[in-house]
Design a protein around this ligand. Structure first.
Ligand code: PLP
Length: 378
C-alpha cells in the first residue's frame, strides 16, 4: 500500500533531496562547506523575507525557541506569551525553565489571540522585555496576525519573537516588514526537509539585547558565538552538514516556484481542504484558520482516534490527531511543503470512506467534489 504522510511535521521530502542525503560523508571545515552554508543561509533569507543574519542550529525547531529566549532575555525579566494552543504554551514553559516571568495572554483552543489583547498586555506591562507569539498554532490550526502584533511591539522596547515553525514557507510571513526581531523555524514542516535543523533570524534590536544580557544561560546555543563563526560561514560546533547539503536542494525547489507563489498555492490548498471537509458536514475547528494545515472537528459520535487508525491501516493515509484534551475530537491534515492537491483529494476521499464505514450519513464523493470545484476555480 502506498503511504501518504500528511501530518503537520514531519512532512514528505522531495525525491531529489532524499538522493542528496544518500551521498557519501564529507568533512565540514572546508571552503566548499562554508560556501554551501553561505548559499543555504542566503536562500533562507529570501524565504524569511529578511536582510538580517540567519543563525543555523543543529536541533529541532524548539532549539531555536530556546536559543531566542535564553540569549535575549535576562533571568528575572518579564515576557508576554501569546497562547492559543500547545505551541503557545511551549513559550511559557521555556520562559519558566530560564527563570523568566511570563505574562500569559491565553485564549481557548480554537481561538486566536487578537491584537487588542496584546495592546492591553503591553499597556499593563511596559517593563516586558519580549513578546512571544506563534505564526501557525499547529495544535489547533489557528493563524495569528503577526503583522498587527509586530506593529504594536515595535513601538515599545520589547523584542518581538515568533515561533514560525509550521508557518514559515507555507503562509505569508515577512520578517522585516512585520518587525519580527527573532523569527524561529525548523526544517521538517514547510521547508521540505527531515527534522534536525533549526534557524532563527536576528534583528539589530535583538543583537543589542543579546549583547546586553549579562548571562545567556546557554553554552551550545550561545548566539554570540554563532555570530562570530557566521562571519566566515562557519558554525561553533559540528553542524548537521549532510542535512544542510540536502537542504540546498529543497530550497532551490522552493525558490524556483517563488515564495509568494507558494503562499498563494497554499491558500488554494487550504480553501479546497476546508470546502471538502465542510461538504461532509465537518466543522472547521479554528476560528481564524491558517493555510498550512486544516483542522476539523469530529461529529459527536465519532472518535477521531478510531477514524485516524482506520485511515492509516486501511488506506495508508497518515493524518494527525488532536493533542492533550483535543485527542479524539479533531483531525489535522497538513498541506504544507511537498504535498500537492491530489494528496489533499486522497485524504478527503479516505475520510469519506471511513466516515461512511463508521455509519456516518454522508454522500460518498461530496467532499472530493467540493474540493475539486475549488481547485478548478483557481
Ligand atoms: C512542530 C512545531 C514545534 C515543535 O518543533 P520541534 O521541531 O518538534 O522542536 C513548535 N512550534 C510549532 C508551531 C510547531 O508546529
Amino acid at each position: 500500500m502506498k503511504q501518504r504522510l500528511l501530518t503537520p511535521g514531519p512532512t514528505p521530502v522531495p525525491e531529489e533531496t532524499l538522493l542528496e542525503l544518500a551521498k557519501p560523508m564529507i568533512f565540514h571545515r572546508t571552503a566548499e562547506f562554508r560556501a554551501l552554508l553561505g548559499e543555504v543561509l542566503a536562500d533562507l533569507q529570501k524565504i524569511f523575507v529578511t536582510k538580517h543574519a540567519i543563525v543555523p542550529l543543529t536541533s529541532s525547531g524548539t532549539g531555536a525557541l530556546e536559543a531566542a529566549l535564553a540569549n535575549s532575555v535576562p533571568a528575572g525579566a518579564k515576557v508576554i506569551c501569546l497562547i492559543a494552543g500547545r505551541f503557545g504554551e511551549r513559550w511559557k514553559n521555556i520562559a519558566k525553565a530560564f527563570n523568566i516571568e511570563s505574562i500569559n495572554v491565553t485564549v481557548p483552543y480554537g481561538q486566536a489571540v487578537q491584537p487588542d489583547q496584546l495592546a492591553k498586555a503591553l499597556g499593563d506591562h511596559p517593563d516586558a522585555t519580549a513578546v512571544c507569539a506563534t505564526l501557525s498554532e499547529t495544535s489547533t490550526g489557528v493563524g495569528h496576525d503577526i503583522a498587527a502584533f509586530g506593529k504594536l511591539v515595535a513601538t515599545t522596547p520589547a523584542l518581538f519573537i515568533v515561533d514560525s515553525i509550521s508557518g514559515l514557507g507555507a503562509m505569508e510571513c515577512r520578517t522585516d516588514d512585520w518587525q519580527i526581531d527573532m523569527n524561529c523555524t525548523g526544517s521538517q514542516k514547510a521547508l521540505m526537509m527531515p527534522p534536525g535543523l533549526a534557524f532563527l533570524s536576528v534583528s539589530d534590536k535583538a543583537w543589542t539585547a543579546i549583547d546586553k544580557n549579562p548571562n545567556p544561560r546557554t553554552f551550545y546555543f550561545d548566539l554570540r558565538k554563532a555570530r562570530k563563526n557566521l562571519e566566515t560561514n562557519d558554525t561553533p560546533y559540528t553542524p548537521a552538514h549532510t542535512l544542510i547539503r540536502a537542504m540546498r536542494v529543497s530550497l532551490k525547489k522552493i525558490l524556483a516556484e517563488g515564495i509568494e507563489n507558494i503562499w498563494a498555492r497554499q491558500a488554494r490548498y487550504a480553501a479546497g481542504a476546508r470546502a471538502g471537509f465542510q461538504a461532509l458536514g465537518l466543522e472547521l475547528f479554528p476560528a481564524q484558520p491558517n493555510t498550512a494545515l486544516t483542522v476539523v472537528k469530529m461529529p459527536a459520535n465519532i472518535d477521531s482516534t478510531v477514524l485516524l487508525g482506520k485511515l492509516e491501516k486501511q488506506y495508508g493515509l497518515k493524518l494527525a490527531n488532536g493533542q492533550d484534551t483535543l485527542k479524539g475530537k479533531i483531525i489535522r491534515l497538513a498541506h504544507m511543503g511537498y504535498i500537492d492537491q491530489f494528496d489533499i483529494l486522497a485524504a478527503i476521499a479516505g475520510v469519506e470512506l471511513v466516515l461512511s464505514e463508521m455509519g456516518q450519513p454522508i454522500e460518498i464523493g461530496a467532499g472530493v467534489a467540493a474540493a475539486q470545484r475549488v481547485f478548478a476555480r483557481c
